[in-house]
Design a protein around this ligand. Sequence first.
Ligand code: MN
Length: 249
Amino acid sequence: MRILVSNDDGYFSPGIAALAEVASGFGHVEVVAPERDRSGASNSLTLDRPLSVRRTQNGFRYVNGTPTDCVHVAVTGLLDHRPDLVLSGINDGANMGDDTIYSGTVAAATEGYLLGIPAIAFSLVRHGFGHLDTARKVVSDVLTRFLARGSDAPLLLNVNIPSVPLAELRGTRLTRLGRRHAAEPVVVDTNPRGQTIYWIGPAGAARDAGEGTDFHATETGWVSVTPLEMDLTGERRMDEVRAWLDPSP
Ligand code: MN
């Protein structure tokens, strides 16, 4: 079992060290991660310059690119063998609901999935890596069950882990993505040279956080596991658009 581990927080994150350590109990691990925090990078590829790969003393490799670049470069040219599994995280903070659109953590896993490899994104809900031991145990449990599923067909999972002591964890729930309210407005400020600058505001609060959502599960002490699809076709909007685009029967 060959496992590629990446993230979006950067190769130096405690989250990726924990993920690589747990994963090494399941197979041969290669770490290829961004050289700096690329949270929010989504599924972006760097096309306007070449990429470099360097190696740290502990064997982790880091790339001056996005999470998607890391997995793309690793799978399509850097590694000697194609990985059997791509893992991303453990992210410093939740990736639930609409977060998944912007998330670099989910994007790294998605790139593996799009390249035909099963992939899982792991996030620890509250910032700061409190209860990272809980996350370690969850990763181990999810991997054990995932690898025993009796298939090696590509599958993309988004896993969010509540930031609670292990004893308070209630179990695992299969969930759908919730929805957030629109993000907070940009914060307008002035830099030391008197120029106006804009900071992207924080994500909005949960709007659809009802029973069955990732928000609800983690809020009530459950690990949230959501299978993701990458086909953006709006199947439910086909009839609506057909009505004005091509009204002929
Ligand atoms: Mn991140």
